[in-house]
Design a protein around this ligand. Structure first.
Ligand code: BG6
Length: 509
């Protein structure tokens, strides 16, 4: 892989959790994979006071816990953190950004950074409008001698209007090709593999449309609750936290047309067409085809789990959803009439993300399912995590019977490719930005389009606070009513287990 040019990564919000758990371990992984350029430094910027030494110590601990190379010798980690620096400023005060400029200029001269800087915004969103403006005020966004790029963490906006405003504001100080809006799902190897599976193989694509696909199901379930993020989450909810971004991105990769070339522009163009084709939700859809839930207290394997409303930072009367299941359509030639079902939830029985393509049953029902149901046998499951892989379900003769068919699995697991290193999402995305490749980042217009699609749901819930919010016990698969969303008497959601091929059995709770 080609190495990037010399450069600095400037992380705003460096004292926060993301830097510690994800960003620095990801940069360390790049270092271990020999993908960092000769001249490379990280400058952490935050309000908290740290010396370089203290910050390096904290980052070393993060690496020890979260890097893919966590067992590396101390010397190696020390060599790496020696190129991490820290600057404490009042991030809300524009004048303090002169200190950032001065520090970068010194680092630039010392490490020959060639004036190339990436600014990473890992701060509370209230700072998103300020930091670009202050950087601009110091001339730090102008690409005269080197490149200047900005990575922005989610949430990108709180609703459609704020996303539009944020885009507008960013474009006053940076051009679109300098802006990298991150969605870490797109950095996942298996999410990228959705496109490869579809377009590198000749056998799937002819079937990948309304003629052969009955419906598409996408799940992102988490066993964790809101942990220590109650304050943030209670203002966000599952729709904003997962559906508007991660899951609609996955939908676009499942539904898009083949790009004419494998270039960022062509891929983004095709994804954008999917967002534009999302069928606007009607009043009836908002009432009946979007289901929200909130987890309640329960005992799982002898351990007590509190309900969402008892979580720290959460309002005790909160009506924020920790679960959403919805049904919608895509209005284009390929998908007209095919329902897409998407669901996500916290405190589900297991952590699993997957896409299930349900193919139509054979046109003539000559055979019956061994359990008497008359449903299709073919599903293609694209497992995003864990036990990443692909599973194809096929009907086979039940040995000894004349007309009974059972469903069997053909499965491939990524772990079988043991000789390949699989980068973490952040590692991949930071490297892409270093190399100036924005394929896996979100375009401003696309983000607005996804907000445009979910905004009516937010409006509906605001206008109808009495709209049902179903409680579901922690450790369950969410409200039962979500099963009724799925068309077809015998159809339900797939209830996946931790292991891709274990299904149709009672999974661990
Ligand atoms: C984040 C959400 O963007 O994605 C979290 O804010 C969620 O609430 C996380 O837990 C899920 O990511 P992953 O990679 O664990 O599936």
């Amino acid at each position: 892989m080609k190495k990037a040019n010399n450069q600095a990564l400037v992380i705003f919000g460096a004292s926060g959790d993301l830097t510690y758990r994800k960003l620095i371990p990801a940069v360390f992984d790049l270092y271990m994979n020999n993908l960092l350029p000769e001249g490379y430094v990280v400058l952490g910027v935050s309000r908290t006071k740290y010396t370089d030494k203290e910050f390096r110590k904290k980052m070393s601990e993060g690496i020890r816990q979260f890097s893919n190379f966590k067992d590396t010798a101390y010397e190696k980690i020390n060599d790496f953190v020696a190129k991490i620096f820290y600057l404490s400023i009042d991030t809300e005060n524009g004048d303090d950004y002169a200190l950032v400029k001065e520090k970068l200029s010194k680092l630039n001269d010392k490490f020959n950074l060639q004036h190339n800087y990436i600014f990473y915004l890992s701060t509370p969103p209230s700072l998103y409008p300020l930091i670009p403006k202050f950087l601009y005020g110091q001339g730090l966004t102008i690409q005269e001698k080197g490149f200047r790029r900005i990575i922005i963490e989610k949430p990108f906006g709180h609703d459609l209007q704020s996303a539009i405003e944020l885009n507008k504001l960013l474009l006053e100080f940076f051009s679109e090709d300098q802006i990298y809006r991150i969605d870490h799902y797109l950095g996942k190897e298996t999410v990228q593999n959705l496109m490869v599976t579809r377009f590198a193989n000749g056998i799937y694509e002819p079937l990948w449309n309304r003629n052969y696909v009955e419906h598409v199901e996408i799940t992102a379930a988490e066993s964790l609750g809101v942990e220590d993020r109650g304050g943030y989450y209670d203002n966000a909810g599952a729709l904003r936290d997962m559906i508007q971004n991660h899951l609609l991105q996955v939908v676009s990769l499942v539904a898009m047309e083949p790009p004419i070339k494998n270039t960022p522009e062509d891929i983004r163009y095709e994804k954008m067409k999917v967002f534009r084709a999302l069928h606007p939700l009607s009043e009836d859809d908002l009432k009946n085809n979007v289901i929200r839930g909130q987890y309640t207290a329960s005992n799982i394997r002898g351990k007590h789990y509190v309900g969402y409303r008892e979580e720290p930072g959460v309002n005790s009367e909160s009506r924020t959803e920790t679960y959403v299941a919805m049904k919608f359509y895509i209005d284009n030639w390929r998908w007209a009439g095919v329902p897409f079902y998407v669901r996500t939830g916290k405190r589900m029985p297991t952590r699993v993300s997957e896409v299930v393509i349900h193919f139509r049953p054979s046109p003539l029902p000559l055979y019956k399912h061994e359990d008497g149901e008359n449903k299709g046998f073919n599903q293609l499951i694209l497992r995003i995590q864990p036990d990443e892989g692909i599973l194809l379900k096929t009907g086979m003769k039940v040995p000894g019977s004349s007309d009974k068919v059972k469903s069997v699995n053909m499965d491939f697991h990524y772990s079988e490719l043991t000789d390949h290193y699989i980068p973490e999402a952040y590692e991949r995305l930071i490297l892409d930005c270093m190399q100036g490749d924005n394929t896996l980042f979100m375009q401003g217009e696309a983000v607005e389009e996804t907000w445009r699609f979910v905004q009516p749901i937010l409006d509906y819930w605001e206008k109808h606070p009495e709209a049902a919010l179903y409680g579901y016990p922690a450790g369950s698969w969410g409200p039962d009513v979500a099963d009724d969303l799925i068309e077809g008497a015998d159809n339900t959601w797939r209830y996946p287990c931790k292991n891709l091929a274990d299904d149709g059995i009672y999974c661990e709770l």
